[in-house]
Design a protein around this ligand. Structure first.
Ligand SMILES: [Zn+2]
Length: 73
């Protein structure tokens, strides 16, 4: 598998603030991919959904770039 650039997603996720507790979440890289630590479950679920969407978008972007590079050869 390819290695996705998680720094952008990490930045975006960690800039979020829990409306209920006013705390920032923590984006952690794990062996299977990544995880999110947050002050409460509803906030964490929201962030997981958001990050999954971002990963999808980043993956699409990366594939497009790979395809463009391939076509150049
Ligand atoms: Zn919270």
């Amino acid at each position: 598998m390819f290695d996705l650039d998680y720094s952008l997603i990490k930045q975006e996720i960690e800039s979020e603030v829990c409306q209920e507790h006013g705390l920032h979440p923590e984006f952690v890289k794990t062996e299977e991919g990544f995880g999110i630590r947050a002050c409460c479950d509803p906030f964490r679920i929201e962030l997981v959904q958001k990050s999954e969407k971002m990963v999808e978008e980043e993956t699409t972007k990366m594939f497009e770039k790979i395809m463009k590079d391939l076509l150049k050869k």
